[in-house]
Design a protein around this ligand. Structure first.
Ligand code: SF4
Length: 316
């Protein structure tokens, strides 16, 4: 059937929309991002760069020493190009990665590296009105004599925390790779801990029932998203303004009086960012269908307000 609505979620976009619709709107519809990159984001980017080049080099059958050197050089380049970290932090990240490579040296050369930083897009659901796709990228996919196409996700962290298999990101990986097994590869930055405490690989397992629950939920969330787009209405979720002791970056905007003040602060304190990453797109070809929905909603609204007015006039 043609003229279906195509909705493409990224796990990050899905998470943000679930956290707060308005936050999603500021970040992905208006593309407004905080001027400074957060520390965790910056560190994560550098650590991912190191892992990416290390595993790519190993995949190309170069020696361990070459893979380590390549990874460290690429991290330095990335730092020089776009990082906000200072030199001391860079050295901390480089040291951590050298220790990480050494710690997993034997294990990492034991498995087959299937892909590194591999993008995916899969159809999660299709009905008469819409198709829902999930778009993303896996850090690493590996196989050995026990597991086939097992995904691995690198997580750099300052403090150790529990890993939850409920995550949208991990369920997307499990669905994309069709593998019921995945690994969260923890890379701890805590200098006081020993390597076996800092570098831990946590295995997650999934089954079809868990993934189907997730799918049904994404369908409901998508229906809500479509109505937000059609009505151009993005509710605030005040329970998310201060999550995990971290204030939302748009707090000052939402806490301002009136649209004029909000718009001024949004333009003055935020830059126009890169819309990709949280990719939730309604494909351009589907805009007409949305416009039709919007018109129908507006017509219904007008009809209701006419009816209200008629009732008011009839009321003595
Ligand atoms: S401050 Fe609160 S309501 Fe405003 S965007 Fe952030 S989470 Fe949403």
């Amino acid at each position: 059937m043609t003229n279906k609505l195509n909705v493409v979620w990224s796990p990050t976009g899905l998470d943000l929309f679930r956290l707060c619709e308005l936050r999603y709107h500021y970040r992905y519809n208006l593309n407004k991002t905080a001027v400074e990159k957060g520390e965790a984001l910056d560190r994560g980017t550098l650590i991912h760069t190191g892992c990416e080049w290390y595993y790519k080099t190993l995949q190309n059958k170069f020696k361990y020493e070459v893979a380590v050197d390549t990874a460290l050089v690429k991290m330095k380049q990335k730092w020089a190009e776009e990082s906000n970290s200072d030199e001391k932090e860079l050295h901390e990240y480089l040291n951590t990665m050298e220790q990480y490579f050494e710690y997993w040296r034997v294990e990492d050369q034991r498995f087959e590296i299937v892909t590194v930083e591999s993008p995916f897009l899969f159809l999660l659901h299709e009905d008469d009105e819409k198709r829902i796709y999930i778009d993303g990228k896996t850090d690493l996919i590996i196989s050995d004599n026990q597991y086939h196409n097992m995904w691995m996700d690198h997580k750099s962290m300052k403090r150790d925390g529990e890993v939850f298999r409920m995550s949208n990101q991990f369920k997307s990986y499990a669905s994309a790779t069709k593998s019921n097994f995945g690994i969260v590869n923890k890379i701890g930055m805590q200098k006081t801990l020993k390597p076996h405490e800092r570098f831990r690989r946590v295995m997650l397992t999934y089954d079809p029932l868990i993934l189907d629950d997730w799918k049904q939920n994404v369908i409901k969330v998508t229906n809500h998203f479509v109505s937000c787009v059609a009505e151009n209405s993005w509710p605030m979720n005040e329970t998310s303004c201060d999550k995990f002791n971290r204030r939302c970056e748009y707090y000052e905007i939402c806490d301002s009086s009136g649209e004029e003040a909000k718009t001024y602060k949004l333009n003055a304190n935020f830059k126009s960012g890169d819309p990709k990453g949280g990719v939730l797109a309604i494909l351009d070809s589907e805009k007409d269908k949305l416009d039709q929905q919007k018109t129908t909603i507006e017509e219904n609204n007008n009809e209701s307000s006419n009816r209200v007015n008629e009732c008011k006039q009839e009321t003595p």
